[in-house]
Write a protein that binds this ligand. Structure first.
Ligand code: 6GU
Length: 231
């Protein structure tokens, strides 16, 4: 999988992909993340990328042409499954979207900034709009990092333990059960007996019950949706 991120703030994306699982995915040749500075595609000697909005009002708006230039350049080299605009008014990102995107080959993520982008970019170039939650970030970069991480870790071979992505919270609309490691007792704080029992049937049952009770109490919204969709 190849992910191309278009941004006016490439420095914001220096960190997230140079470490841990996304780094390993790239080292293993399972994913490539390319960050592109939109400024390089700006107009004129000032590399202009934004302008005031028609009709008046505060805040600059990102112009069509620089974005068209870079999208066309990328499309001339790769075929893209989706051109995704990162925006707080997009579809709320969730595990099912990450699962879906992890099956794609090439993705473009466009990070918005300032007041927004010329609406014609959205209508002409964008195939999907994604938000990571109901709060406003200064730009789409951190959201793009979130989506990139969530998607890349699902690619087969990226995680060492192939089963671990499947047991994540949300993967089956349940929160994950609690986990413990050595020592079995610390300052008198103990580990649930069943986990030390070696009885894997009982352990599975306990984990399932814990996952369900956690989901019920912490995320009744997810629990109730689950009931109605299964009933
Ligand atoms: Cl994708 N962008 C911005 N600027 N703010 C957000 C967001 C995206 N998702 C949640 N808040």
């Amino acid at each position: 999988m190849r992910i191309d991120i278009i941004t006016l703030m490439p420095a914001l994306l220096d960190g997230p992909f140079a470490h841990s699982i996304v780094k390993r995915a790239q080292e293993r040749g399972l994913a490539e993340v390319h960050v592109h500075d939109l400024r390089n595609y700006g107009l004129g000697k000032h590399k202009q990328v934004d302008d005031t909005q028609f009709g008046g009002g505060a805040g600059m708006v990102m112009m069509i042409e620089p974005i068209e230039r870079i999208i066309n350049e990328l499309k001339s080299k790769n075929e893209y499954d989706e051109v995704i605009f990162m925006t707080p008014d997009g579809e709320q990102f969730k595990q099912s979207i990450a699962n879906n995107l992890s099956l794609k080959t090439n993705l473009i993520l466009l990070c918005g900034h300032y007041k927004g982008i010329d609406e014609r970019i959205r209508t002409q170039f964008i195939t999907k709009e994604v938000s990571i939650g109901d709060y406003v970030l200064s730009g789409g970069e951190l959201a793009a990092a979130v989506v990139t991480d969530a998607v890349i870790r699902l690619i087969p071979g990226v995680l060492n333990d192939e089963t671990s992505a499947l047991s994540d919270s949300f993967q089956d609309d349940l929160l994950a059960p609690p986990v413990y490691t050595r020592p079995a007792e610390y300052r008198g704080w103990t580990v649930p007996e069943v986990l030390l029992s070696g009885n894997f049937k009982a352990i599975d049952k306990w984990r399932q019950e814990q996952a369900e009770s956690r989901t019920k109490s912490r995320r009744p919204d997810i629990w109730n949706k689950k009931d109605s969709s299964e009933g």
